[in-house]
Every structure is written in structure tokens, then in C-alpha cells.
Design a protein around this ligand. Structure first.
Ligand code: GLN
Length: 483
């Protein structure tokens, strides 16, 4: 069962070959046996999911209409609310916080009969690129347990790569779905900003955040996007008429143009460059044409992002004051409650971001930093619009290198550079997808495709054609067996 895609499990259930309860039991057992080595799950909903599965089996027996995700086991990043369950955001601060409502994404999944198995680990408040900033536990890369799974949706990527679930949801503010997907050899998709509702996703950088799926097959990405990608009145930035995906991504690539900003790839090592070029050859064989493009302004991406994202984070995280949510520190006065709760509850990286964000928004520096960054961001959007007159999608590697070892990156600035290729899509609000290509240094490596605004289906069409033309293992060897 673990080798099946979400779609196959769904079909097996609908045709009566597998009971929903059997599917839930099977994956709960896999998690019990394998997760101690992977460290992906922060909470497992054993009871809750078995009850749901039994109800679903009854529904089928009664011949009622089954949802589009019926029988599919899923995991959610621990910043997406499931009512009455913990939402820790990987933080000590929220280690006791239970959600009082369902996120819209959760609601949409449950309406379509998906089976949510539990919540998965992440960097604290989604700040990081290795999941090492989780205050709660370590998550290991299933392909090489001495390495990080990437971040911040590291738990989601590791769970998918170890076959603990076929499908998971992460969130992507600067690359947090795509980078861990690349490190763990699976697919990760960040939709056009506004396509998936952010209602019930704990906010990090509100103008950048998007929920996105991770899976081992492109069909599964399209399937879940059909369910998630709809208008939601609870999110003011939700797109009103999101286009359909599952059908539109079956298109031919003949004559399509892929733009490559070679000048941004100068720092890549030889093996990574070779893997990237090999993947481009596959696209050429599929009928694509490669064009050189220039996007010099993207050199400012990381700098711009760390002004905008931290500014938004500092405001968003002001709500964690020790009064309303999570853990409250021992203190005598109100001011002490604030100071102590925040000092004890937040980890070092989160504090660094709050301080930087407060600084760039302060009266004396707002014009010099925040406003300037907002202008640069507007110019980036313009530059990308111009480039999309010359090509259909833009391709780069997802990351400069494959997964690194635990502790290998100590300097925060060095860690920030992990997202050098992924951040532009968040700043420009464009859809972007990461898919596996030939390994580098025997580790998974990914290619990123970025498309024009709202052209989510086009980006998915490229990845689908690539997947159909190649064959790469998607489950890490160590876990490619029964539990
Ligand atoms: N790694 C980036 C950061 O630390 C992106 C995180 C994300 O996408 N949530 O901010």
C-alpha cells in the first residue's frame, strides 16, 4: 500500500478493493514502526482517523457519493489548524495550544473525505531551511539519516519520502515547500498567491505565505489542488476564480519555451550543473525550446525577502504575548508576562527575525528599508512579466546543493542563501513547482519551474510530462519495504 499514489489508494477504496479502515490502520502502523527513525510526526490522530475511516466505510456500503479524496491518508504541517488538535508551529510557545477552529484547507480536505493522519514537524513558525529550528524534535532525511530534510516543511517532505503518507500539506513563504521537496526527492508545489486559502494557517509573512502540497506523483498534486484551489470568503486575498488544474495540465510541450537565467547560476558546482542540464535535455526531447533570459534584479531577492518577511513576521508574531495563546511565563506584572513569555517561548531564530522586522519598520528606518524593499519587489514583478513575453516558464535548480548534514550551516546568513532560487516566486506571487531530477552526490536534487501568474496548470503540465518521460525512485531505499 505504501508504494501506491494517493490516486491509486482512492480508486482502490472506491472500487471496494480496500477498506478505509484498513488504509488508516496500515499507515498508522507504518508511522508507529518507522517514524521513530524519521521524526516527521509531532502528533498522530489514531483514534480520530479510525473513527473517520469507519464512517467512510459505512458511507460506501450505503452507496452514498464519495468525496474526491476518499480513502487518502494525509499529513498537515503543524501550522495548519485542525480543530481541537495541537497546533505547535514547532515552537515551545505553542506546545500546549489547541486550535479552536479548522483551517479552510482542513475543512476542504475533510469535506472530500480525506483521512488526516496527523501533524508534521517544521522550523519554528516556518522560519528556516532545515527543520533544525524546530523546538520540539529533530527530523531526519529518509535518504540519508545524517542529513537534514530541508525546511521549513521538513516533516511533510520526510513523511512523503519515507512512504508514511502519499500526500502532505506544507506552507511556503520563501521556499518551504519546494526546498524540502527537493532535498527529499519528491514534488512540491507553491500555487499562485491567493489560490489556496490562508484561513487557519498561522501567519508568518502574510503577503508571501501559501499552503502547498508535497507528493510523489504529479497526479496527486493536481488532485489535491482541485480540492484546495477554490475561492474562500474567509481569506480576503483569495482569488475569485481560480482556474481548473487536473484537466489543463495534460497539455503537450511541443514548441513551449523554457527561459533559463544562466547568469544567476554561476555559483553552481559542476555536478549540480550537469544534473540541471540533463533535465533540460529531457525537456528538449519533449519538444521544448530553451531561451536565455536575464533577470538581474533577482539578485536582490534574498535581501528584499529578509526585509519584507521579517517586517510582516514581527507584526504577525506580536499576538503571542503570553495572554491569548500558548504558554504563559510566571510573572508578577503585565509587562513581565509579555517579556518573560516571549523570552522563554521563542527560539533564537524567531527572536532574530522579530528584532530585524521591528527595526526595518521603525520610524527612523521605514523609508530606507521597508519602503525600498517594497519598491524593489514591484520592479521584480514587472521584470518577470516582461520575461514571460519571451518564454512560457522559467527553470532553475531548486537549491544550490543537495541536503546538507546536521549542524553544517551555523551562520544564519548562509542558511538564508538556501532559498536564493525559491524566494523570487513568493516575492512576485507566481506559481512554482519543484520536481526531482538526477541525483547529485547520490542525493535527491530538484528543478524548479516558475510560471506566469495564475498559470498553475501550465507549470504542472511541464512537471507531468517530465515525470511521464523519466523514472526516478521516489521512496527512500531505507523505507522502501513493509513495516
Ligand atoms: N527558509 C525561508 C525562511 O527561513 C523560507 C521559509 C518559508 O518558506 N516558510 O524564511
Amino acid at each position: 500500500m505504501y508504494q501506491k499514489t494517493a490516486k491509486q489508494l482512492h480508486q482502490d477504496f472506491c472500487q471496494g478493493h480496500l477498506k478505509a479502515e484498513a488504509i488508516a490502520q496500515y499507515f498508522l502502523h507504518r508511522i508507529r514502526i518507522f517514524d521513530p527513525q524519521v521524526g516527521a510526526f509531532l502528533s498522530v490522530f489514531s483514534q480520530r482517523v479510525l473513527e473517520k475511516a469507519q464512517l467512510l466505510d459505512k458511507k460506501r456500503a450505503q452507496g452514498k457519493k464519495l468525496g474526491r479524496l476518499a480513502g487518502i491518508p494525509l499529513a498537515l504541517k503543524d501550522n495548519i489548524h485542525v480543530k481541537d488538535e495541537l497546533t505547535t508551529c514547532g515552537s515551545k510557545f505553542l506546545s500546549n495550544y489547541r486550535a479552536v477552529f479548522d483551517a479552510s484547507a482542513t475543512k476542504f480536505i475533510e469535506e472530500e473525505d480525506g483521512l488526516i493522519l496527523g501533524k508534521v514537524n517544521m522550523d519554528e513558525f516556518a522560519m528556516g531551511s532545515s527543520t533544525e529550528h524546530s523546538a520540539l524534535q529533530k527530523t531526519y532525511n529518509p535518504w540519508d539519516l545524517t542529513r537534514v530534510p530541508g525546511g521549513s516543511s521538513g516533516g511533510a517532505a520526510a513523511a512523503v519520502a519515507a512512504g508514511l503518507v502519499p500526500l502532505a500539506l506544507g506552507s511556503d513563504t520563501g521556499g518551504s515547500v519546494r526546498q524540502p521537496a527537493a532535498f527529499c526527492g519528491c514534488l512540491g508545489f507553491k500555487p499562485t498567491y491567493g489560490r489556496v486559502s490562508r484561513y487557519g494557517l498561522v501567519a508568518f509573512g502574510s503577503s508571501l505565505d501559501q499552503i502547498g502540497p508535497l507528493a510523489r506523483s504529479m497526479e496527486d498534486i493536481a488532485l489535491i489542488m482541485e480540492v484546495l484551489g477554490r475561492h474562500d470568503p474567509y481569506d480576503a486575498t483569495s482569488l475569485t476564480q481560480p482556474p481548473s488544474l487536473a484537466q489543463d495540465c495534460q497539455l503537450s510541450l511541443k514548441g513551449k519555451r523554457i527561459g533559463i537565467p544562466w547568469h544567476l547560476l554561476e555559483g553552481l558546482n559542476e555536478e549540480a550543473l550537469r544534473a540541471f542540464e540533463q533535465a533540460l535535455d529531457v525537456y528538449k526531447k519533449l519538444g521544448c525550446e530553451l531561451v536565455d533570459i536575464h533577470l538581474d534584479i533577482l539578485k536582490a531577492s534574498v535581501a528584499t525577502y529578509y526585509i519584507i518577511a521579517t517586517a510582516e513576521a514581527s507584526t504577525n508574531l506580536a499576538r503571542f504575548d503570553g495572554i491569548r495563546y500558548g504558554v504563559r511565563a510566571e510573572a508578577k506584572t503585565l509587562d513581565e508576562v509579555y517579556v518573560r513569555s516571549r523570552s522563554e517561548g521563542f527560539g533564537a531564530e524567531v527572536k532574530r527575525r522579530i528584532m530585524l522586522g521591528t527595526y526595518v519598520l521603525s520610524a527612523g528606518y521605514q523609508d530606507a528599508f521597508y519602503k525600498k524593499a517594497a519598491c524593489v519587489r514591484a520592479k521584480m514583478i514587472e521584470a518577470c512579466e516582461h520575461v514571460f513575453k519571451l518564454c512560457d516558464v522559467i527553470a532553475t535548480p531548486v537549491t544550490p546543493t543537495p541536503a546538507f548534514q546536521f549542524g553544517a550551516i551555523q551562520d544564519p546568513l548562509q542558511m538564508y542563501l538556501q532559498d536564493i532560487f525559491t524566494i523570487p516566486a513568493n516575492l512576485t506571487k507566481l506559481p512554482a513547482l519543484s520536481h526531482p531530477i538526477s541525483p547529485v552526490a547520490h542525493l535527491p536534487f530538484g528543478l524548479q519551474l516558475m510560471g506566469p501568474r495564475q498559470q498553475d496548470a501550465l507549470v504542472c503540465a511541464f512537471a507531468l510530462a517530465y515525470e511521464q518521460a523519466t523514472s526516478l525512485p521516489t521512496i527512500a531505499k531505507l523505507f522502501d519495504r513493509e513495516a
